[in-house]
Design a binder for this molecule. Sequence first.
Ligand code: SME
Length: 160
Amino acid sequence: MTDYELLRQQTREMIAADCWFVSALSNVSALLADTLPELNWVGFYLLRGGRLVVGPFQGKPACVHIPVGKGVCGSSLERDEALNVPDVHAFPGHIACDSASRSELVIPLHADGKPLAVLDMDSPVLNRFGAEDEAGLKEIARVIEQEISWGIMESDRVES
Ligand code: SME
C-alpha cells in the first residue's frame, strides 16, 4: 500500500528546491513512477496555446497535443474535475497513447484558481485507482499546484 503522507512530503521537498517548473515536474513524475506500483505512464499535460501539450513524464512516447474537451485529459481539464476511469475502453473518446493502458486517473492542476494542467496516470491494470489512491493523489496534486512557480519559458531566452 502506498504511503501517501510520505509521498506528499517528498513531493513538497522536491519542489521546494526552488527550481524551474519543468525541472520540478520532471522530478515529480520520476518520483511518482518510482513510488506507485502498476503504472505504465505518469506525467503532465500543460495548457499552451488553447490546447494541452505533453510535459514532463515517465513512460512511452505520448501524443503531443490533446484538445480541451477531448480524451480523458482534455475532459478533466474542461470539466475541472478529477476523472478516475476504471476501464479506459469504456470511456468514449479515450486517446490510446500506450496500448497497454487499461485504467487511468487524471487530476487538474490550477494557478490563480484556473485549471492550467493535468496530472495523468495510466495503469495496465483494470480499476487500478481505488478511493484511497484518488484521495492521496488529489492531495499531491494540491501540493504541486501550490508549490510550483508556473514560469513562462520565453522569459528565460538567451539574449544575443
Ligand atoms: N489517455 C489520455 C491520453 C494521454 S496518454 O494516456 C499519456 C486521454 O485519453 O486523454
